[in-house]
Design a protein around this ligand. Sequence first.
Ligand SMILES: *Cc1c(COP(=O)(O)O)cnc(C)c1O
Length: 229
Amino acid sequence: MMETFQDRWDQVRTRMAAACARAGRAVDEVQLIAVSKTYGADVVRAAAECGVLIFGENKVQEAEAKIPDCPGHLAWHLVGHLQSNKAGRAAALFDRIHAVDSLKLLQKLDDAAAAEGKRLPVLLEINVSGESSKFGLAPAAAPDVLAAAGGLAHAPVVGLMTMPPFAPEAEKARPHFRRLRALRDEWCARYGLPLAELSMGMSHDFEVAIEEGATWIRVGTALFGGRGT
Ligand SMILES: *Cc1c(COP(=O)(O)O)cnc(C)c1O
């Protein structure tokens, strides 16, 4: 019989619960973002009918076309890279921005959120591995951004996000997740910012991320199936 969205949603929640149990964490400490990129409003609607409330997109333009056709009670997170010239459009569409990687972008989001009259929590993307990935702040560059972040009223920095270099074996991601958490602990203490959120872990490695302290996992293919190429 064909696997339904409900089947995959149940499997993912079972995996989440097992990882939380292994880590001695409560299941409600970890929230899931259903990454619906490349899938249309019909698929989002079906997921929403199974009780999914938070969706992730990685492109502003795709989200602009999709979100108006989706149920109005859903929350939308931008999980992908954002160019600063799209900050205004992103602030209008999204409830949270996961991959802020410059002070310029952070300031633009703060201005845009002020203009929208909304609070738009953001996370800083940190390139913990220092290799391959084009995006993310180098750990050495983050302190300047964090020092300035304290003054921003509309786009508060609530945590850190990372995308480790892709490796099929989930264990390869563990040192990167662990490092993000250690940087968070260090910067929380040093800048007095409540960086409570850690956005890390995707379909194939979210259990490891949960064991290392993730509060947000970003799950696409395990819920919606492959996106093709
Ligand atoms: C696509 C995407 C995900 C989800 O990846 P899956 O492997 O499909 O779970 C998570 N985070 C970001 C930033 C993405 O672009």
